[in-house]
Design a protein around this ligand. Structure first.
Ligand SMILES: C[S@@+](CC[C@H](N)C(=O)[O-])C[C@H]1O[C@@H](n2cnc3c(N)ncnc32)[C@H](O)[C@@H]1O
Length: 251
């Protein structure tokens, strides 16, 4: 007669199962497309405490629809993304100098995230959010034309031929980045690896979404006026590699 106990149990089990599946589907894998290490030296007590107490309020959530006005409040009028911020020195300096810009920083490496959290505390920055995972998820979640600028500074070069497909820059990524950039928005790219510079220029040249119009060689040999040197750039220069700085414009 009607739904017996076993019928109700089956229904409840089904609902629990459905909720679990839906939750799993709506949680993006932070490791998508990552190949490098995500943990280094064990965090010190101070860093660990900072991560536990401060990071939760700084997290950029990719599992809910992006609403950057809500995330950054009324003070911020435009938004920048930095992909693979490393130790966060560039992002923190830029965020300090531009309090009306909301910054999303993506970095899977825990020790780098801990450094940025420390800088955010030191400078009392209110305009930075962190995604501890692959930038691919943030780019996929952002609405069209959400950003004025994207930084990709010294991405992992993957020099071996068989590893080059791991490089962050690809035709598909350029299309994805073009979607989230406003017209005349900028993709700023720096590298010390000539082959990665050529690889990127070739893809930008065949993209219909970006232009690169240097006036002379200082356009790519001299850093941008608001540049803050990153750890990888310091390493590159100390090893006699020459950095190149490219500003690609979304057309
Ligand atoms: C060579 S390091 C450069 C770090 C920093 N930009 C600098 O110049 O010092 C490249 C960084 O990109 C991060 N990375 C690699 N793939 C990434 C991805 N898909 N999304 C976000 N960060 C990524 C790595 O964890 C690493 O910290």
């Amino acid at each position: 007669m009607g739904t017996g106990r076993s019928g109700r149990d089956t229904q409840v089990t089904f609902l629990i199962y459905k909720t679990l599946i839906e939750n799993r589907m709506s949680t993006l894998d932070p490791n998508v497309g990552l190949y490098g290490r995500q943990k280094g030296k064990r965090l010190g007590v101070f860093q660990k405490t900072l991560m536990e107490q401060k990071l939760p309020q700084l997290i950029y959530d990719v599992n809910t629809p992006a609403d950057l006005k809500k995330v950054f409040g009324e003070t911020c009028t435009e938004y920048f993304l930095e992909i693979g911020f490393g130790g966060g020195e560039h992002l923190a300096a830029l965020a300090k100098a531009n309090p009306r810009v909301g910054f999303i920083g993506c970095e899977p490496f825990e020790n780098g995230v801990a450094k940025l959290v420390k800088a955010i505390e030191e400078f009392s920055l209110k305009n930075v959010r962190i995604y501890q995972g692959s930038a691919t998820n943030v780019i996929a979640q952002l609405p069209d034309q959400a950003l004025s600028r994207v930084y990709l500074l010294y991405p992992d070069p993957w020099p071996k031929r068989r590893h080059r497909k791991r490089r962050f820059v690809s035709d598909e990524k350029l299309t994805d980045l073009a979607r989230v950039l406003k017209t005349e928005g900028e993709l700023r790219f720096a590298t010390d690896i000539d082959d990665y510079a050529g690889w990127t220029l070739a893809r930008v040249a065949r993209s219909t979404c970006f232009s690169w119009l240097p006036l002379n060689s200082s356009d790519w040999t001299v850093p941008w006026f608001d540049w803050t040197q990153t750890r990888y750039e310091r390493k590159a220069i100390s090893e006699n590699r020459k950095p190149a700085y490219f500003k690609f414009i979304r057309i």
